[in-house]
Design a protein around this ligand. Structure first.
Ligand code: ADP
Length: 177
């Protein structure tokens, strides 16, 4: 567990659908109609109410975020954001990935959601290299905390051991005293 300003930052290895926070973030696609990876896991565990609300929302541009209830999940809300598809890094991917994290926290603040868990957005099917993506994720989250003094807790949830170690190394180095 780490601190930045007054926010607790945690890094965990595991399944984000089991994390007990007020909102988990979904690495969705532009349709918001469900997909594979973490998106599929969230819809399976959360139940059909999430898809029903996503259909009403009607999609989400890359880098933006939308919100639904958490259905059967332990969280109250799911924040659906869309990361970029990585195609070499010269197509604005970094800014779009930054926006996905930043706008997810912006939406959390609007709903007074005090604890948020993120998966590693764009680094699965969307192909963003994990080392670079982890730096963008941390930059966006720390920038948000610094300017808004919110939320109280952010959890980075990594599905596999290698990604977990990359995050753990980055964050322990960035947030050491
Ligand atoms: P994207 O399309 O944004 O790349 P993916 O779902 O394909 O999204 O992958 C994003 C990351 O989510 C990958 O690192 C993948 O290992 C991870 N992931 C898959 N399932 C889960 C889960 N249940 N909890 C947390 N992370 C998950």
């Amino acid at each position: 567990m780490y601190y930045f300003e007054n926010t607790i930052i945690e890094v965990q290895q595991g399944d984000i659908t089991e994390v007990k926070v007020e909102a988990i973030v979904n690495a969705a696609n532009n349709t918001l109609l469900g997909g594979g990876g973490v998106d599929g896991a969230i819809h399976r565990a959360g139940g059909k109410i999430i898809l029903e609300q996503c259909k009403k929302i009607g999609g989400c541009p890359t880098g933006e975020a939308r919100i639904t209830v958490g259905g059967n999940l332990p969280c109250n809300y799911v924040i659906h954001t869309v990361g970029p598809i990585y195609s070499g890094g010269e197509s604005g991917e970094e800014q779009l990935l930054y926006n996905a994290y930043y706008n997810s926290l912006k939406l959390a603040k609007e709903y007074n959601i005090r604890s948020v868990a993120f998966p590693s957005i764009s680094t699965g099917a969307y192909g963003y290299p994990i080392v670079q993506a982890s730096k963008v994720a941390l930059d966006a989250v720390l920038d948000f905390i610094k300017s808004k003094r919110f939320p109280e807790k952010v959890v980075f949830v990594l599905f596999n051991a290698k990604d977990f170690q990359i995050y753990e190394n980055l964050i322990s180095e960035a947030l050491k005293d």
